[in-house]
Each structure stands twice: as C-alpha cells, then as structure tokens.
Design a protein around this ligand. Structure first.
Ligand SMILES: [Zn+2]
Length: 275
C-alpha cells in the first residue's frame, strides 16, 4: 500500500510532467467502472478540456487540482490507492495493463494511468474536499511536518491518544500519511516496541519517536527517488530495515526479526533492540 514516501516521490516525479498541462481525454475501463463513486460519463465528459493546475498530496491521497480553460470552476481528482492502487505514466503506445481503472490523456501523447490489482482504491471527483471525501476533515497534520511542529506541540498531540504505538502511527487523525509499512520502520528507528501503549512512553522515548518519524520518511523518499529503475507499479521496498523481513537478521543487532499478523499485513519488529 503506497504511503507518504511512495506518494511523495511519485508527486515529485509526476508534477513537472502534469502541472499546467491540458487533459485531452479520459477513459474508464468498463470492467472497473464500479470503482468510481459517480457516473462514468461524468469522468469522461468533465475531465477533458480541464487543465491540471497542481499535483499535491494529503496523507495517503494524491490530489490533482484542475480548472476549466480560462480559470475558475475548480475541481479535484483525488485518489487514495489503498492496497493495490498504482500509477503509470506512459507514452500512449505502451500497452495498457489489464489492471487499468482509468486513463487520462495529457496533451503531448502522454497518458496517466491508474491501475489497481485489488480494486480497493478510492477515486473522488470533488468540488468540496472536506465535505465529499470521508475522513478528510479529520486528517491530522502531515507526518513529514513533525519537525516544523516542534517537540512541545508533538508531545501535546501525542498525549491526546491512548493507542498502542503501532495503531497510533497508523491513525490518520494523529498524523496523516503513515500506514502499516512505515509505522514498523519508524518504531524500529525509535527503538520502541509496536505494542507499547502511548502512555508508557517516557519523555526521552517521546523524543525518540519525534525524531524517528521525519528521518524514516525522508530517507525513504530519497531511496525511492535515487533508484533509477524504480517502478511505481511494483513498489520496491527492499531498502526497509524490518518491514516484510520477518525471520531475517536485524541489521542493527543481529537478532531474528519477529513477525505478527498475516503475511499480507505483517507487523515486524526486533525484540533484540526495540524496547
Ligand atoms: Zn535488532
């Protein structure tokens, strides 16, 4: 499931190729049309002739701001890829994968394709984000804004929640953008066990968590952008330390990495160096 780093890297890569460009056509794969939350005709009729003003990210959503020629009439295409959603930017001649949900043709023969192999992604065509997108109004600050927030505000925010640390980090009302994979990585970086309760943290541990969040997220964005062969659709996460590494050796202490939960949604951590 793409989380903040994957979506941020994608945004950095795609924005220069999309911002300011005109959409010339939009098509929906009839087999996946059920994934749209509004009539398919709207999509095909309303997107063309719009210009992509900006590409931004909010939590685990990618946000395409569009306007009609001449400005005004702002509307947003918002996509939360969930478990199996991926993006492909390709020349129009590259064959369309079977997992395609929709394709947006951009002036100059480029196509932005949204693919989904789990059919769980959420696609919104919205005029009012807070009203039309479930959970939008409740989203907490962006997880990568933690350094700007400062330790004191972070501590105050932290104390509003009672969850176990793993659930706390995945709670989008606490911070937006972190999911199952990066919560494992952040807790490993902070040397904290995932099932610890938030209330059990001492001030030094709170600070460790505060520091670990931006370190892990920034490092991941850099690792993704540094990989020239990175394929959005495959989501390579081999740079991770513990997530999906159950049974392997901890890179920090050599202990065997533990795994709880399913193979699909594992919870990984090291009993040797996380307390
Ligand atoms: Zn370890």
């Amino acid at each position: 499931m793409p989380e903040l780093p994957e979506l941020e890297a994608l945004r950095i890569r795609l924005a220069p190729r999309l911002e300011g460009r005109l959409i010339t056509a939009a098509t929906v794969n009839p087999k996946k049309a059920h994934m749209l939350r509004y009539p398919v005709e709207h999509f095909a009729n309303e997107l063309p002739a719009r210009r992509i003003v900006s590409l931004s990210r909010r939590g685990k959503h990618l946000v395409f701001a569009t306007e009609l020629g001449g400005g005004g009439s702002d509307r947003w295409l918002v996509i939360n890829p969930m478990l199996g959603g991926r993006f492909q930017m390709a020349d129009g001649e590259v064959p369309v994968p079977a997992t395609e949900v929709f394709t947006i043709r951009i002036e100059g023969r480029q196509e932005l394709r949204y693919l989904d192999f789990r059919d769980m992604g959420r696609i919104y065509w919205a005029t009012d984000l807070a009203r039309e997108i479930p959970g939008w109004a409740e989203l907490g600050p962006e997880a990568d804004s933690v350094p700007a927030m400062g330790i004191d505000v972070f501590r105050k925010r932290l104390r509003r929640f009672r969850d176990e640390l793993k659930d706390l980090l995945r709670n989008q009302e606490f911070l937006a953008g972190i999911g199952n994979a990066y919560s494992d990585e952040i807790l490993f970086e902070a040397r904290l066990l995932p099932l610890r309760r938030r209330a059990s943290l001492n001030p030094a541990e709170e600070e460790a968590l505060f520091s670990a969040i931006p370190v892990v997220l920034k490092r991941a964005v850099e690792a993704i952008l540094a990989n020239p062969n990175y394929e959005e659709s495959k989501q390579d996460r081999s740079f991770m330390a513990v997530h999906m590494k159950g049974g392997k050796t901890c890179p920090r202490c050599g202990h065997r990495i533990s795994q709880l939960g399913s193979n699909r949604e594992p919870l990984n951590f090291c009993r040797g160096c996380q307390l």
